[in-house]
Design a protein around this ligand. Structure first.
Ligand SMILES: *[C@@H]1O[C@H](CO)[C@@H](O)[C@H](O)[C@H]1NC(C)=O
Ligand SMILES: *[C@@H]1O[C@H](CO)[C@@H](O)[C@H](O)[C@H]1NC(C)=O
Ligand SMILES: *[C@@H]1O[C@H](CO)[C@@H](O)[C@H](O)[C@H]1NC(C)=O
Ligand SMILES: *[C@@H]1O[C@H](CO)[C@@H](O)[C@H](O)[C@H]1NC(C)=O
Ligand SMILES: *[C@@H]1O[C@H](CO)[C@@H](O)[C@H](O)[C@H]1NC(C)=O
Ligand SMILES: *[C@@H]1O[C@H](CO)[C@@H](O)[C@H](O)[C@H]1NC(C)=O
Length: 689
């Protein structure tokens, strides 16, 4: 590779790998990008080198990197994770990247004491209670048996420390509607220990709902019906083993809990532990995640009414009842919240013509266990803390210079392509997926198989994964992608290399497909003369979502007319800038006319900044950190996302209150969205009113 060292990069704009450091995909995709640029000191046609880029990827290399990165469990803040960081730095440096790392001191949460006791009936106890061992079992022949001992015991990060005891109440998925149903069925949750299943909403929201219903504590398990189904369990199949436990954070905010809205630099201003507790973003009750086996044992101790059909388990499960009791749980959890240093790894390829414009590729490296599938989170997790802190630290730079953020933090878990994008990237993604082979059927492209699947339209999710900070805080156009649906061993000990090789991606072709799509999208964004952004697609997506929001508000006083009007304006602005681009392009061939670089720059700036205009300084009501008024977290579920989150939330509340103030407020939220869309149209058009 030495010969590449002096080869000048030839991208127009700069590409940087950023966020909370980069694992496997960056290691595969980015050195390839650089090799490619090195090969062509003066590049041949773009399509030639895009095609070459696709042939350079190598599944054996991908497999080797993954093996190296998942040798040990590497939770954020541990030496093993620092080791993984230096591995990534080495790989990037050996590919001639100027790589560096940035550190943040953030509040991390580790378990100290855990215990869970079940008695068949409330005190006074006639026999000694059963103590669950809370251990994920090693299977015979597990090559990671030794290093599994390094993994952090199962726990809910940031959960409340303390002991609580009470009769068990079964609360299904722990959603608001589940607790409402319990109320209607006359089940008293006050003072009880809630038993809930994972699978529908973010675990922090399950705990919040349990707490608000009056529970003393909660345990959450992965029901075999949802996490194994008819599959066999690992290692014989992809399913979650009976002793498997999904660990993860319960923090309902984003980034470091002690630095809400600002970067966690060493020595910076911080909230005190008491202020963090008082924020309402961490649970006020103790909790533990538990296995399917323990969940089922607890289910068997519960009496009372039989739970509704949809609340029941799968084949072979006992009949689930609601309680309270007679089964009685005694739970103790003591955690240690401590400031720890985390590293983000960066590498930059500097562009030639517009080096101050950035395309950012990112994922994260730290994992709850071995992290074969998931250096990921899909949660407001420890895992995204790094990228959030980095975005907060560089907020104004990103706001003025970032073209797009391309995320791939949990990219391979099975077959079938999925993507979420802000809609101006829809068309680009379609074009790129038409150039990449379907990793599961080489006689077609990813695009072919994607369009055959029922959910092929790219949807910009607002979910709180790594890219939340980019899109929702700063308003940087973003894209996230992955192969496969949810995966059963998520955040458990079994998310390891063996699972990946046997079930997630047996030939590592899906890794290569993601790296190819990721890299090609980045190349186009870094290199196309005019940014391949399509705002007509944005307007269409807004229109579809406006209809959904309007349908939810039928027979209410809320008018969506202002929103529709603003979307019409955006449509016109989108076609104006499209025509301007076409006009500039057609002149070139005819008159040997050279485009004025400042005119090109002006068009690109308007395309880049229109997304920014969809943010509002004040942010979402009572969630001020979230500045984007189109994409944001759902009020009822931190995993979920919703378009027009402010409108959605206001209508949801107004329906419950049915007061004129509440309806007035919902109308105000519609106006706010309409106004940011008007701003985006002005930016696209590039003219004052
Ligand atoms: C619910 O249970 C709690 C604790 O046992 C008790 O104090 C409360 O009175 C009960 N509420 C109802 C409505 O029965
Ligand atoms: C719960 O268990 C702890 C020991 O782990 C014990 O001290 C406490 O008395 C128990 N509480 C109840 C109500 O049984
Ligand atoms: C909490 O963690 C810190 C830092 O690792 C350690 O020094 C301290 O002893 C821990 N406290 C407890 C109660 O485990
Ligand atoms: C592979 O793709 C080709 C072309 O789309 C299609 O005809 C064939 O049925 C696919 N094979 C499988 C196993 O899905
Ligand atoms: C890479 O792909 C080839 C061709 O499909 C396959 O034979 C090989 O086993 C794959 N390598 C790995 C490490 O999976
Ligand atoms: C809401 O209030 C209005 C008038 O204040 C009343 O006409 C309407 O029936 C109420 N709707 C619901 C669903 O309660």
């Amino acid at each position: 590779m030495e010969r590449l060292e002096k080869a000048p990069p030839t991208l127009r704009r700069s590409a940087t790998t950023g966020s909370s450091s980069n694992g496997i995909l960056a290691s595969v995709a980015l050195p390839l990008l650089l090799v490619l640029l090195g090969l062509f000191a003066s590049p041949p046609s773009k399509s030639t080198y895009h095609a070459l880029f696709l042939t350079l990827s190598d599944n054996a290399t991908a497999a080797r990197h993954l093996l190296a990165l998942t040798r040990r469990p590497h939770v954020a803040g541990t030496p093993a994770n620092a080791e993984a960081a230096s591995y990534v730095l080495d790989v990037l440096s050996s590919a001639s990247f100027s790589a560096r790392s940035a550190s943040y001191d953030v509040l991390l949460s580790y378990p100290v004491t855990r215990s869970l006791l079940l008695s068949p009936s409330p005190p006074p106890f006639s026999a000694s209670p059963v103590a669950f061992d809370l251990i994920q079992e090693i299977y015979p022949g597990d090559p990671y048996a030794t290093s599994a001992a390094e993994s952090v015991p199962t726990f809910h990060a940031y959960s409340r420390s303390g002991s609580a005891a009470g009769p068990v109440v079964y609360a299904n998925y722990g959603r608001l509607e589940d607790f409402a149903a319990l109320g209607e069925m006359g089940v008293n949750v006050t003072g009880a220990v809630v038993l809930a299943r994972y699978g529908k909403i973010f675990r922090g929201d399950i705990l919040k709902n349990a707490e608000e219903a009056g529970a003393a504590a909660a345990v959450v398990y992965t029901d075999a019906k949802d996490y194994c189904g008819r599959e066999r369990w690992f290692p014989d199949g992809p399913g979650m083993p009976p002793s498997g436990v999904q660990v993860g954070t319960t923090f309902r905010g984003i980034g470091d809990p002690t630095t809400p809205g600002w970067p966690s630099a060493a020595g910076c201003e911080r909230l005190s532990p008491a202020e963090v507790s008082a924020s309402g973003l961490v649970p006020g009750i103790p909790s533990l995640p538990i296995s399917a086996r323990d969940g089922e044992a607890i289910q068997r101790s519960v009496g009372g009414q039989v739970a509704p059909d949809e609340w029941q388990g799968g084949e072979g499960a006992p009949v689930y009842r609601l309680g309270p009791g007679p089964g009685f749980l005694n739970l103790t959890y003591i955690g240690n919240e401590t400031l720890a240093t985390i590293q983000n790894v960066f590498a930059v390829i500097e562009g030639k013509e517009e080096p101050d414009r950035y395309v950012i590729l990112g994922n994260h490296r730290d994992a709850w266990t071995f992290g074969a599938v998931d250096p990921s989170s899909g949660t407001a997790a420890l895992l995204e803390i790094g990228s959030t802190e980095w975005v907060e630290e560089n907020r104004e730079m990103l706001a003025s210079r970032a073209i797009a953020y391309l995320n791939a933090d949990c990219p391979v878990r099975g077959s079938g392509f999925h993507a979420s994008t802000t809609p101006q990237l829809d068309e680009l993604l379609k074009e790129v997926t038409k150039k990449v082979e379907d990793p599961d059927n080489f006689s077609q492209t990813v695009y072919d198989s994607w369009t055959l699947s029922p959910n092929h339209s790219p949807q910009a999710s607002g979910g709180a994964t790594d890219f939340a900070a980019f899109i929702q805080h700063v308003g940087v156009s973003s894209l996230d992608m992955y192969f496969g649906e949810g995966y059963p061993v998520y955040h458990s000990l079994y998310d390891d290399f063996v699972w990946m090789r046997n079930f997630g991606d047996p030939f590592f072709h899906r890794h290569i497909a993601v790296a190819s799509i990721w890299g090609l999208v980045a190349l186009r964004l870094a290199d196309d003369e005019f940014l391949p952004f399509d705002y007509s697609s944005y307007a269409s997506e807004l229109q579809r979502s406006a209809k959904i929001a309007k349908d939810q508000a039928v027979n209410t006083p809320v008018s969506f007319a202002p929103l529709y009007k603003s979307i019409e304006k955006l449509k016109r602005a989108a076609s104006t800038i499209d025509n301007q681009k076409k006009g500039l392009e057609s002149k070139v061939g005819l008159l040997k006319w050279r485009k004025d670089p400042l005119t090109v720059r002006d068009v690109n700036d308007r395309l880049m900044m229109a997304e920014r205009a969809l943010t509002d300084r004040e942010g979402l009501f009572q969630k001020e950190w979230y500045k984007h008024l189109i994409y944001g977290p759902s009020a009822q579920d931190d995993y979920g996302s919703t378009m027009f989150p402010g409108v959605d939330d206001a209508i949801w509340k107004a329906k419950r209150l049915n007061s004129s103030e509440a309806w007035h407020f919902a109308q105000h939220e519609v106006w706010r969205v309409a106004r940011v869309i008007d701003q985006a149209s002005l930016v696209l058009g590039g003219k004052f009113t």
